[in-house]
Design a protein around this ligand. Structure first.
Ligand code: GDP
Ligand code: MG
Length: 438
């Protein structure tokens, strides 16, 4: 996949002590090929590579003490910018209900995404209603009703009535039932055609949605981008939801959509399950593509907040596998003083993964629990977790007012972070002595 290709290219660069313009040219040729093979839009690739090359050949990289790492940072920054820079939130109506209309081709994942989005919003304390607006297949209405039941959200349907009438009536329903968000499922077609667009335009002008979100299948690569372009031209999109990213190893659509259409990606679908819809963060996506967790942004924040001396000490420990639970706790505490917890914790490799299901709803209590568990360990245990056997676990759980499972979970998280950090530190400088993480 793209990720592996890019990592190989950068590994070569990092292996060199000093790099020159030739090295950068060669690397950029390879990056260009890798992106094209990943099905990134041709024009996007051209501009992207040119921007990176310019910055790389400028002082920023060549004059740097760690050019290999610096160039990855440049690539990371440019990728982030390419995908819109920062997260793009849904518009909320000043006067509820907020109206969100999901559109797209058949099979893209609209109906599923309507339910997933409803679930996310419900968990943020909203009161959504799902609207069955795909009237062409009775099965589609049933599908939404089943999904609605699974996520515990009412589904408004009027059988196979005119979709414009259904859309209008659903707003009445929302107002009368005190529902603050209306999420409208619409019919798709196998291909874009005029009939489909006409119907969607009529619905749009009848209900005046706050968001028109195109649902597209990431696995279709450039086709997804073309579809987004046509829908945007005909309908005026406010954003894109990229589904099936879990099956997309190429990443072409994610990298091109914003640059080609100007529409931001707002969410990504990461699986068939109803909890698998994530807010799209361009920097996290760039990190994912570059195979580096979100450690870059974490390191950036850390650099601004953590004392350099300590950071170097931490890095040395990670490299030598001397990183202990005590350090882990200290890091968590430092991290806590740095900003919104869920955001920061999501950046730590290993923990980020654990956070997947409840991103955005993470509470301080979790970290207090972790703190309590670590504090209930003896110094010896904190320094060498391998001695923590069953009876020690029981004692620790008792001491911290938690359960043995929670102790186990923490130990697992810690091991996983430790492994990932080590891998990352190694990747970050085979040369070792030269210093800091990227
Ligand atoms: P619609 O025709 O656009 O309404 O598409 P559906 O919502 O019926 O989804 C079509 C298929 O795609 C279903 O089997 C979904 O489970 C699947 N699907 C939707 N989103 C995702 C996703 O993010 N990842 C994966 N792997 N499958 C998805
Ligand atoms: Mg559907």
């Amino acid at each position: 996949g793209l990720s592996d290709r890019l990592q190989d290219i950068f590994k070569k660069l990092r292996g060199k002590g000093k790099i020159g313009e030739e090295d950068i040219k060669t690397a950029m040729r390879e990056v260009r090929l890798a992106l094209l093979e990943a099905d990134v839009n041709f024009k996007v690739v051209k501009d992207f590579v040119e921007r990176v090359r310019q910055r790389a050949i400028g002082q920023e990289v060549l004059q740097s003490l760690t050019p290999g790492q610096q160039i990855i940072k440049v690539v990371h920054d440019e990728m982030t910018a390419l995908m819109g820079g920062s997260e793009s939130k849904l518009t909320l109506a000043a006067k509820p209900p907020s109206i969100y209309m999901l559109v797209g081709l058949q099979g893209a994942g609209k109906t599923t995404t309507v339910a997933k989005l409803g679930r996310n919003l419900l968990r943020q304390g909203r009161r959504p209603v799902l609207v069955a607006g795909d009237i062409y297949r009775p099965a589609a209405i049933k599908q939404l009703q089943v999904l609605g039941e699974q996520v515990g959200i009412p589904v408004f349907s009027m059988g196979q009535s005119n979709p414009v009438d259904i859309a209008r009536a659903s707003l009445e329903y929302a107002r009368s039932q005190n529902r603050d968000i209306v999420i409208l499922d619409t019919a798709g077609r196998l291909h874009i055609n005029e009939e489909l667009m006409d119907e969607l335009k009529q619905i749009k002008s009848a209900i005046n949605p706050h968001e028109i979100l195109l649902v597209v299948d990431a696995m279709t690569g450039q086709d997804a981008v073309n579809v987004a372009e046509s829908f945007n031209r005909d309908l005026g999109l406010t954003g894109v939801i990229l589904t099936k990213l879990d099956g997309d190893t190429r990443g072409g659509a994610a990298l091109s959509v914003k640059a080609v259409t100007g529409c931001p990606i707002k969410y990504v679908g990461m699986g068939e399950k109803l909890d698998a819809l994530e807010t799209f963060f361009p920097d996290r996506m760039a990190s994912r593509i570059l195979g580096m967790g979100d450690i870059l942004s974490l390191v950036e924040k850390a650099q601004a907040n953590i004392d350099q001396e300590k950071a170097r000490e931490m890095e040395r420990k990670i490299r030598k596998q001397e990183f202990t639970l005590e350090d882990f706790l200290e890091q968590m505490q430092q991290v806590r003083s740095m900003g919104p917890l869920d955001e920061l914790l999501g950046m730590i490799p290993g923990i980020g993964k654990q956070m997947k299901g409840f991103k955005g709803e993470f509470d301080e209590r979790e970290i207090l629990r972790i703190e309590a568990i670590i504090k209930s360990m003896t110094l010896q245990e904190r320094r060498d977790t391998s001695i923590i056997n069953g009876s020690r676990k029981k004692r620790i759980a008792r001491g911290s007012g938690t359960k043995v499972q929670e102790v186990n979970r923490l130990l697992k998280q810690f091991e996983e972070s430790r492994k990932l950090m080590k891998q990352f530190a190694d990747l970050g400088g085979k040369k070792g002595k030269r210093g800091g993480m990227p």
